[in-house]
Design a protein around this ligand. Structure first.
Ligand SMILES: Nc1ncnc2c1ncn2[C@@H]1O[C@H](COP(=O)(O)OP(=O)(O)O)[C@@H](O)[C@H]1O
Ligand SMILES: Nc1ncnc2c1ncn2[C@@H]1O[C@H](COP(=O)(O)OP(=O)(O)O)[C@@H](O)[C@H]1O
Ligand code: SF4
Ligand SMILES: [Mg+2]
Ligand SMILES: [Mg+2]
Lengths: 267, 267
């Protein structure tokens, strides 16, 4: 079994890329489980044609543990991909990451992960704390991808995620690299290239900013399922193949704030 | 004394707008203290010509409480604006919001707020939990502004912030309204207008996406101090005047996820 965590700033495209990657891995014959770890709980919509999942946290709030049935929170998506959403507590009340911890406990109770050979964690990366830091732990993610664009805010978050990984345990190298999701802004390629070089990570995939994603999203599908954009489909099939063949893994080497600014913005 | 909390999604422009508003309020004769409540700790750079502040959390980590001196973490900025940064713990280690709680305790120890008549809290709004939820408490913010653009992610965060406010205590109306910081994307005005109407909040200021901010940022100044963009300066002076004369305050009336999508995206 391989467990993959996909981190990045909120809104950067984690769920879009996770869902398309899950679809590509499933097409390649893998048994995939995608676990949404963002309080936004919309990670798996593109795999389930927009079905509204019952989040694990909401489910546990109203259900007697003796009555727990994993089918109540597990949706079947495109090409057999299993879909679960952690959810989160009400804003202003409790730890936003708590849903993730409770969800993992529940999934462990049912040994759900054992039914799959590939687990994808789609995790909010704006604050690397509480439950959001849990997939970084060694008993969870075997490999970690960071989604970023060339915008400073996204690279700042990427660098912060590297700090979180280093602080947990950098003995075992677990960062596969960067998934560069283009925002189509000026000088973007340069920013991401310089950042990647400075932190010693490969850019494992470059995803174009494309209407194909927006079109597919309108019908609550991945671009993989929608099937019309051959180039984008190939990008995800290639990434899926890389993962299946085994990615080289690297240590997390975050930059200081000062160096990050110099590297990205040249000042 | 009036205490103003400025919330919004990371990267939306909170610090830029907070610093320019603080500068405008100071020009109008108020004694302003700006407290940065984002682990990015760069809230006050535009007021201090880029000085790197010692964050309260870093300071407390290395200083004997008997040796605490408020001057060590308080920077003097443009037009007498006082500047403090909460900072945060290392990513992956502890609660990202903890710096805020510790900072408030420290400031209370020195009764720092009493030296000012206007407090501006610049607060990360991606997760409304832990320390990030503290300025929402009644003993802190008297009035709350939410910074947003027309992007769905920003409006989702704005709606989430309203949930946090409502969950704390909605008996006392404390939301002044929306600060619309344009991102210049298609159909943006419409999205923000529909959101504002649906949640019953006024748009208190519309800030154009402008190179004036980027130019001023290059020399680590607010547009107010830089002095060249008369229109933008007027926007902030007008907002400062509205605040000084007393804003009408509203209850937080967040939308359900479903309604938010229908309202913003028309589906
Ligand atoms: N490469 C891309 N091209 C065009 N739109 C994109 C692309 N990646 C993401 N998006 C859009 O950006 C928005 C945010 O993406 P999402 O995957 O939900 O972000 P996250 O999960 O990181 O919060 C979605 O509306 C999505 O369709
Ligand atoms: N109205 C605007 N026009 C142009 N650039 C802006 C505007 N508002 C913010 N920015 C830029 O966007 C970036 C993020 O703004 P910032 O205030 O740091 O966001 P936040 O504090 O919400 O994380 C900064 O580089 C800033 O100069
Ligand atoms: S640990 Fe992180 S997610 Fe949990 S309350 Fe603190 S800031 Fe929020
Ligand atoms: Mg997502
Ligand atoms: Mg900021």
């Amino acid at each position: 079994m391989i467990e993959i965590a996909i981190y990045g700033k909120g809104g950067i495209g984690k769920s879009t890329l996770s869902a398309n990657l899950s679809a590509a891995l499933a097409l390649a014959g893998r048994r995939v489980l995608q676990i949404g770890c963002d309080p936004k709980h919309d990670s798996t919509r593109l795999l389930t044609h927009g079905q509204k999942p019952t989040t694990a946290l909401d489910y546990m709030r109203v259900t007697n543990p003796l009555d727990y049935k994993i089918e109540d929170i597990l949706l079947q998506g495109f090409c057999g991909v299993g879909c679960v959403e952690a959810g989160g507590p009400e804003p202003g009340v409790g730890c936003a990451g708590r849903g993730i911890i409770s969800t993992f406990d529940l999934l462990n109770q049912f040994q759900l992960k054992e039914r799959y050979d590939t687990i994808i964690y789609d995790v909010l990366g704006d604050v690397v704390c509480g439950g959001f830091a849990v997939p970084i732990r060694q008993e969870y993610a075997d490999i970690i991808f960071i989604v970023t664009s060339g915008e400073f805010m996204a690279l700042y978050a990427a660098n912060n995620i590297l700090r979180g990984i280093r602080n947990y345990d950098n003995e075992k190298k677990r960062v596969a690299g960067i998934l560069y999701n283009r925002r189509d802004i000026e000088g973007e390629d340069e920013h991401v290239l310089r950042f990647a070089q400075a932190v010693g990570l490969p850019i494992c995939a470059v995803i174009p900013r494309s209407d194909a994603f927006i079109q597919a999203e309108r019908t609550n599908m991945t671009v993989i399922e929608q099937g019309s954009d051959r180039d984008i489909i190939d990008i995800f099939l290639t990434l899926a193949r890389k993962i299946a063949n085994g990615c080289t893994l690297y240590a997390a080497k975050p930059l200081t704030d000062e160096l990050l600014e110099v590297v990205v913005q040249g000042r």
